[in-house]
Ligand binder design. Structure first.
Ligand code: PBG
Length: 333
């Protein structure tokens, strides 16, 4: 250590902060649109572009509009999308989720037709498709029935990959689903398709706006019996380790901002690629404050996404993907 003499007007850190170019040299964390994943909501019909009221700038899109949105994302450097579907009809087993003609299966085929290089990720969960709105099947007394749900989730995953999905992302939080999906994909010859597991997914109030977007609110009860309890971090490590053991290729922490410590803890425990989901409620808060003129949206979004990367995430699922990618392009000096 070299002692800093009293005559020094600047500390060593301040000397390297003086200009944008100097700050650029010493910057430890960078954002790259290649690491953004944009969630998209796909719905039946034609020419549908329905704004989600609690998520300004996000829409339920029919296939034609979806392709347009994907093209806009690609134009600013975002190369991956995560698809959620609004089915034509819901039933206790969530049948449209594993129907070859399901809305997401159609969306995958359409996106891969117009842009074969786009990374299309299919969210795997029953809650958008079940009439009761839970993520798995129910027992006669209304409990979520873990093991019988696994077969349906695996069928859903296979049908998404059959349709052309590049990655499947199970978000249901049933135990054993990664192994069940891996086995099913391998049997179907899809040995090269990665699984991105929502490993540490918390029972969070930050999913509120999503449930409006995807029409997936549970009709009774809540998800605390299968999603994680927010106070726990050691348990997150156990969930991540179980998913890795079962064959996950990418692990995820969700939500992101209130769980940066969890992202860091997972980062320190595994070398697998780590994804963080900057969820609907995190987006809604920023948009609401920005609309009121209370926060500078651009600075808040870039600072937030940087903090998620700094905590240790490699990739970020974010509704800000398109806007952030645009701002990053403008920032190049
Ligand atoms: C489906 C699913 C949810 C989200 C992603 N997949 C909702 C939930 O578990 O209730 C939330 C995403 C968001 O809030 O942006 N299980």
């Amino acid at each position: 250590m070299v002692a800093i003499t009293r005559a020094n007007q600047f500390t060593r850190t301040r000397r390297t902060r003086r200009t944008e170019a100097l700050r650029g040299l010493v910057r430890e964390t960078r954002l790259d649109p290649a690491q953004f994943i944009a969630p998209l909501f796909v719905t039946h019909g034609a020419n549908v572009r329905t704004e989600i009221s609690s998520m300004p700038g996000q829409y339920q899109l029919s296939l034609d509009q979806l392709a347009r949105e994907a093209a806009e994302l690609r134009a600013v450097g975002v190369r991956a999308v995560l698809l959620f579907g609004l089915p034509a009809a819901k039933d206790p087993r969530g049948s449209e989720g594993y129907d070859e003609q399901g809305i997401v299966q159609q969306a995958i085929r359409e996106l891969k037709r117009v842009d074969p290089d786009l990374v299309v990720i299919a969210d795997i969960c029953l809650c958008e498709y079940t009439d009761h709105g839970h993520c798995g099947l129910l027992t006669p007394t209304g409990e979520v029935d873990n093991d019988p749900s696994l077969d349906l989730l695996a069928r859903m995953a296979q049908s998404m990959v059959d349709a052309g999905a590049d990655i499947v992302a199970p978000s249901d939080m049933m135990d054993g689903r990664v192994a069940a999906i891996r086995e099913r994909l391998d049997e179907a010859g899809h040995v090269a398709t990665p699984i991105m597991a929502y490993s540490a997914k918390y029972a969070s109030a930050f999913y509120g706006p999503f449930r409006e977007a995807a029409g997936s609110a549970p009709q009774f009860g809540d998800r605390r019996g299968y999603q994680m309890d927010p106070p726990n971090v050691r348990e997150a490590i156990r969930e991540v380790e179980a998913d890795i053991e079962e064959g996950a290729d990418i692990v995820m922490v969700k939500p992101a901002l209130a769980y940066l410590d969890v992202i860091r803890a997972v980062r320190d425990r595994t070398d697998l690629p780590l994804c963080a989901y900057n969820v609907s409620g995190e987006y809604a808060m920023v948009k609401a404050a920005a609309a009121n003129g209370w926060l500078d949206e651009r600075r808040i979004v870039l600072e937030t996404l940087t903090s998620i990367r700094r905590a240790g995430a490699d990739m970020i699922i974010t509704y800000h993907a398109k806007a952030a990618a645009r701002w990053l392009r403008e920032d190049v000096r």
